[in-house]
Write a protein that binds this ligand. Structure first.
Ligand code: C2E
Ligand code: MG
Ligand code: MG
Ligand code: MG
Length: 284
């Protein structure tokens, strides 16, 4: 079993150290310490208008940078923050930071931000988010909130009311990782959302596997009929880009266009991309 030393600056990073420490006092201390020291920050992945290759937005993805320079992925510490009951504090710190970054870039792009399902049980969620937007000067119409279908599983009145309040403020709602979990196409018609994000597992297989392509086409076609925008997640190759554009996806995201970058690097990417579309500059 890998040895992990915490808290003395000489950390031996083990990528699954939280798996061992999950719900232990040591793991919780490490996370609380990282939050206090501002070691958890948003990185930004570009969102591309597939019609012309321009960057039109970014998704904030949380990263925990440890003292040794290694990064702990959000899949490891977000569930821990949820089980510790500190996800709200962490999430609002990240949103505040992301809003400040977006304002500092001075570019006409929107911010997409992930929220945990449990946050939608708070009837004052919309007010808390509005306060952060007002404090940082970001217009509500520039913010999109990503939620997964699990938010809707119990169809709680509070959750549905919170989503309506957010949308009335002009904040958009995107349904993340669509196609996994308990998705059903018919359900899309009843949800109060603005965008569907097709999960990368379908996008990654769509050119090799006819069934995955059928799923993607069905999601795109129904979404467009319902007036929803569609983002394809996990575009990694030029042929995937060409095909998804052709079948009518509006927006693309994936390693072909860029991975999540720290704020300063993303700012440079924006400056380069404003001269030429991201893909054209990559090909040159
Ligand atoms: P997500 O919201 O579906 O984010 C997309 C994930 O796919 C990111 O993983 C991203 O790095 C990865 N990705 C992007 N393009 C590609 C690609 O072309 N190929 C492949 N294989 N992967 C790609 P990441 O950053 O590890 O985030 C994992 C999940 O953690 C996110 O999935 C999101 O659900 C959650 N998360 C991230 N930040 C936050 C946050 O601030 N709050 C909450 N509640 N959850 C967050
Ligand atoms: Mg997301
Ligand atoms: Mg996703
Ligand atoms: Mg995902």
């Amino acid at each position: 079993r890998a040895k992990t030393t915490l808290g003395d600056g000489a950390i031996v990073f083990n990528s699954s150290f939280l798996t061992d420490l999950h719900r232990t006092e040591e793991g919780e201390k490490a996370l609380a310490d990282a939050m206090r020291r501002g070691q958890i920050r948003p990185h930004y992945q570009p969102l591309i208008d597939l019609s012309d290759g321009h960057v039109i937005g970014c998704e904030a993805l949380a990263r925990w940078e440890r003292d040794d320079g290694s990064f702990v992925p959000p899949g490891e510490f977000i569930p821990l923050a949820e089980s510790m009951g500190v996800i709200d504090g962490l999430s609002f710190d990240l949103l505040r930071q992301a809003c400040r970054d977006v304002i500092s870039w001075d570019a006409p792009i929107f911010l997409s931000f992930n929220l945990s399902a449990v946050q939608f049980e708070d009837p004052s969620l919309a007010l808390k988010i509005l306060a952060i937007l007002n404090e940082t000067g970001v217009a509500p119409t520039r913010l999109e909130l990503e939620i997964t279908e699990s938010v809707f599983v119990h169809n709680e009145a509070t959750t549905l009311a919170v989503i309506d309040q957010l949308r009335q403020l002009g904040i958009r709602i995107a349904l993340d990782d669509f196609g996994t979990g308990y998705s059903s196409l018919s359900r899309l018609a009843n949800l109060s959302i603005d965008r569907v994000k097709i999960d990368h597992s379908f996008v990654g297989r769509c050119l090799d596997d006819a069934r995955s392509m059928s799923v993607v086409k069905a999601i795109v076609s129904l979404s467009r009929t319902l007036g929803l925008s569609v983002t394809a997640e996990g575009i990694e190759t030029q042929p995937q880009y060409a095909r998804l554009k052709k079948i009518g996806c509006n927006v693309g995201q994936g390693f072909l266009f860029g991975k999540a970058l720290p704020a300063a690097d993303f700012h440079r990417l924006l400056q380069d991309a404003s001269a030429r579309p991201l893909l054209a500059s990559r090909r040159a």
